[in-house]
Design a protein around this ligand. Sequence first.
Ligand code: AGP
Length: 609
Amino acid sequence: MCGIVGYVGQREAADVLLDGLSRLEYRGYDSAGIAVFENEIIKVAKSKGRLADLQAKMQKEGKPSGHAGIGHTRWATHGEPSDRNSHPHGGGNVTLVHNGIIENYKKLKEFLLSKGRKFESDTDTEVIAQLLDYYYEEHHGNPVEAIVKTLKELEGSYALGIVFADFPDRVFAMRKESPLIVGIGENECFIASDMTAILKYTKNYYLLEPGEIAVLSRQGAKVYNLHYQKIEKELKTADWDVSAAEKGGYEHYMLKEIHEQPESIKKTITPRIENGLPNLEECGITPEKLLEFNKIHIVACGTAMHAGMVGKYVIEKLAKISVNVDIASEFRYREPLVGEGDLVIVISQSGETADSLAALRLSKELGAKTLAIVNAKGSSIAREADMLIYTHAGPEIAVASTKAYMVQIAVMYLFAFELALANKKIDETECRRLTALLQGTPDKISEILEHKEMTQLIASELITADSLLYIGRGLDYALSMEGSLKLKEISYIHSESYAAGELKHGTISLITENMPVIAVATQQNLFDKTISNIKEVKARGARVVLVSRESYQPEKDVADFKFGLPDYEDLLMPMLAVVPLQLIAYYTAVLKGTDVDKPRNLAKSVTVE
Ligand code: AGP
């Protein structure tokens, strides 16, 4: 939800800001804007639409030139996407950019209106700018004191990048819930919503904690707490390199990220395997600890929740422990039956998803132990959980999650193996065998990626459809949820996933020749049953795409198209079968000409409810 960047140094600030925004655009792309000190005067350029629209506008009207400034790419919350609602917003001496939501903005706006303040936009952000300017005047020009005073009034989540007209060689920043880092270079400093925006310039950064305020100058960054006391921060170094956040010759980030999956799995699981067995000790998980839990809950949103669904099937099958999977936005408001002795696993790529974070906090309040499975280092969910398993997918830029899902399920397997061994539902030999098979998945996935032509053909068949059904049973059903989400979010074709056996309880009435069905059938014990369901939809005119093992040869005419997967252990088939589903979604979107990496109305990191 919105990307923030800021710069002070010797470079041309507008170029640094625009470059940073191009890497943050995945966080929101309704509008973009920058504010730069040009000859000590703040110049603002902003525009509705993509960054490209802002750049086109600046080509006509001129680009502000100077060495300090802030930038923003927006996912609209308050106020429609428009030029006047685009950030940065100003109020007197203050110009700022904001990521997040101010919940009490109406009350604050009324207060400011009563003080004679005028507003130019419909945003909650302008309220912050006006309030900050109001306190800046009251505090006789002390920016940090004015920021402290303002923050005490704000309710909600926010990260801010601020410039004051009186301080042309400074950039100010602060965060509450929304993430923000301070990058430290040589005679230059940066702020950014995530590291990818500034990796090109520096790998060194401070992670701002909620309630911290940073003051950036060419000489470095000073960080204060809400009591206006200076804080010594630990300088961290990012272990990503620039290429990790670039397309590397692929047409889209999504395709690149699909191809990175074998490597991401290896990076994620290899450090957690010792002598052929899972070892999650460095994540705070020991066999003894695992035996303490009575119940397991998995809470997440979207794709991460789908990874949890795979986890549920695998944990229940191997470890014989019942697992509830919840959508975080439901979990947090339905008074969940969670308490001491329970384990709540929160899965999140960004580690900042508002509902997942709230679910984690609620679980802790209720006395449960929490385990986070998170990709983004240092994110809120990662920091607040009792136990933490980082996935090592590297930066995921495409809004549609692919490699993050893959490593989330890889971790679910490792966790299930260790748990099943700990409570003696499998023996060491079986655990070793399964772990070795998990280690074998990257090669199998590479094999699939080398033979992906069929997914292009299938995509060309799907582009005319208005609606699609994904069906499967057991683990294939869990997987079809993800296949369906992937397709709809980037191709804009409506699709639903259904347990294949459930179709005849209502949904089959939708089937016509205009509603293709993608059937996933990888589980040997369920294959014949799914084939029967396929025959039922085929008899009603549906075109059928079958994703199954190459070696399974259903009778002639059961499917119109078949994507054949290599033979592998049933339990691990989701890791293979998800790849053609991702590719089918990708190529369908490409053929439909949608913006694959930045589908409409979406943002990568959902930091508002
Ligand atoms: C999936 O393609 C989506 N981008 C979305 O469903 C995502 O998985 C969800 O918003 C959760 O995000 P998180 O993993 O960062 O918490």
